[in-house]
Design a protein around this ligand. Structure first.
Ligand SMILES: [Zn+2]
Length: 199
């Protein structure tokens, strides 16, 4: 067993994620109650960023942050960002937020990993109500387009190093939304797991 293998085993024993992403969500328990759904129409990036970056966000992601706060409390969050290194990102378009899990730049401990997965699973379970397009956490990605595949391995999209703590989204949950009528994206997709949850 090489150094990486030993580090991987140690990581598993310590509950800390290493460069190899875990198989998927570690917490399979009950989720917080469902959010109130976003019912508005597309309006563009017109709302001041609730995470105080000075940028703008779209109405669906602004609504999502209020619903996350109601269910999960005040988590550190950052939404609008210029993201000059990744022009295809949803952050400069005001459609995405990053929820810090633990501390940016550090692999979170077992408790924080569970908290992060609780948020990531809840976002997926309520994707239709919150217009969620995709969620990335702990080297895994879920998206509407590949809903049936569940939490697939995240490969970095050609921009990020998936083995890096931040590039692999080990230290934060990324959530992207769509600022369009939900039929645009969701009509052909199956319901995400747990979406029959009552509000
Ligand atoms: Zn992000």
């Amino acid at each position: 067993m090489g150094i990486q293998g030993i580090a991987g085993v140690l990581g598993v024993l310590l509950g800390v994620s290493g460069p190899h992403p875990p198989a998927g969500p570690v917490a399979a328990g009950a989720l917080p109650a469902a959010p109130l759904p976003y019912l508005g129409g597309p309006r563009g990036c017109v709302i001041p960023d609730p995470s105080d970056t000075g940028g703008c966000v779209t109405a669906p992601i602004a609504w999502l942050t209020t619903q996350v706060r109601h269910r999960f409390g005040d988590l550190p969050v950052s939404c609008w960002d210029e993201h000059a290194w990744n022009p295809r990102s949803d952050h400069p378009r005001g459609r995405a937020c990053d929820y810090t899990i633990g501390r940016i730049g550090a692999f979170p401990d077992r408790t924080d990993v569970r908290r992060g997965w609780e948020l990531a699973r809840w976002l997926r379970a309520n994707a239709r109500a919150l217009r969620v397009h995709y969620v990335i956490f702990q080297g895994r990605i879920w998206s509407w387009e590949h809903n049936r595949a569940g939490w697939r391995r995240y490969l970095g999209g050609g921009v990020y190093d998936p083995a890096d703590v931040t590039g692999g989204h080990y230290d934060h949950v990324h959530v992207s939304t769509v600022d369009k009528r939900p039929e645009w994206l969701f009509a052909a997709a199956a319901e995400p797991d747990g979406s029959r949850q009552k509000p």
